[in-house]
Design a protein around this ligand. Sequence first.
Ligand SMILES: *[C@@H]1O[C@H](CO)[C@@H](O)[C@H](O)[C@H]1NC(C)=O
Ligand SMILES: *[C@@H]1O[C@H](CO)[C@@H](O)[C@H](O)[C@H]1NC(C)=O
Ligand SMILES: *[C@@H]1O[C@H](CO)[C@@H](O)[C@H](O)[C@H]1NC(C)=O
Length: 305
Amino acid sequence: MRILSLFTFISSLALFVNAQRFVRFISTDNREYYGDAILPGGTTDAAKSTHAHVIKGDILGDFEITDEVKKIKKLLSPLPSERVRTVRCVGLNYVAHINETDSKIPKWPILFYKSFTALNTPSDPIPVTEGYQTQGDFISKMDYETELVIVIKKKAFNISDDEALDHVLGYTVGNDVSHRGWQIERGGIPQPQYSMGKGADGWAPWGSAIVSTNIIPDPQKLNIWTKVNGVMMQNETTANMIFGVKHLVSFFSMGTTLMPGDVIFTGTPSGVILGKANPVWLTDGDVVEVGLENVGTCTNTMRHT
Ligand SMILES: *[C@@H]1O[C@H](CO)[C@@H](O)[C@H](O)[C@H]1NC(C)=O
Ligand SMILES: *[C@@H]1O[C@H](CO)[C@@H](O)[C@H](O)[C@H]1NC(C)=O
Ligand SMILES: *[C@@H]1O[C@H](CO)[C@@H](O)[C@H](O)[C@H]1NC(C)=O
């Protein structure tokens, strides 16, 4: 009896510790699964995973990581878009990015929203519809922004910085796709208009995996980057955030309930096209990879539609 309960205790402990890299995927039977990604040797990038342990239940509630292993045919975004009630995004959260855009360091986090229809898988094209393409002298100024993305696990209202991480499921990487023409030129200078410049369908690719807070106890020391067609364009560390993960979660919970499944894009480091002396904007066919250390990559192609 005693040995049995000790065994049960140890195995439930193992189950708890094992919740690591939450993915959602289509398998070879063409069905959708949640899973715990099995990393191939020599990488921590779940985008490279070919198999996952099937997760039964709800990753935002009670769930179980099973022994059943399924082959991954296609990785989806880690949660269906409809389960994400609110996509919060932070502007101007890294000093070098503030410098390159001639902006001022904000005293409080700058918040804007995207619709959940902006969410995109970690591999599908980023659609650039006609209204965002070049029309005469209004240039299609498409830009990338790599960002650490926080995924909320349980309701948070009026919580402190110290309580914040208890409400976080984990972290992933996302691309805050931006059209600088709609954001700035047509944004009512001097105030930018973030939502028209950043909120179109498919303009928030995220994933592949939500990496749990067990694996990443400290989100403020991760290398974060963007490559365009294989060339490094952004490469900094989340240590440079002005407002860190804990403070963002606590600050946004002021008078507002953060819901399970809500995501927070935490702002981009320096190196965006907007900051360059001779900008070469993203165009049809450009491949954009955003990456975060210990989390992996999310790679999407710009597609004029
Ligand atoms: C930002 O610009 C200021 C003023 O030019 C400079 O002192 C500072 O080193 C810059 N910081 C970064 C992180 O680039
Ligand atoms: C917010 O939290 C603080 C500190 O715990 C507490 O004093 C205050 O009453 C709370 N406010 C609301 C609106 O719940
Ligand atoms: C990116 O930054 C990391 C950490 O500072 C560094 O090790 C790496 O060499 C950089 N890569 C490139 C291509 O600049």
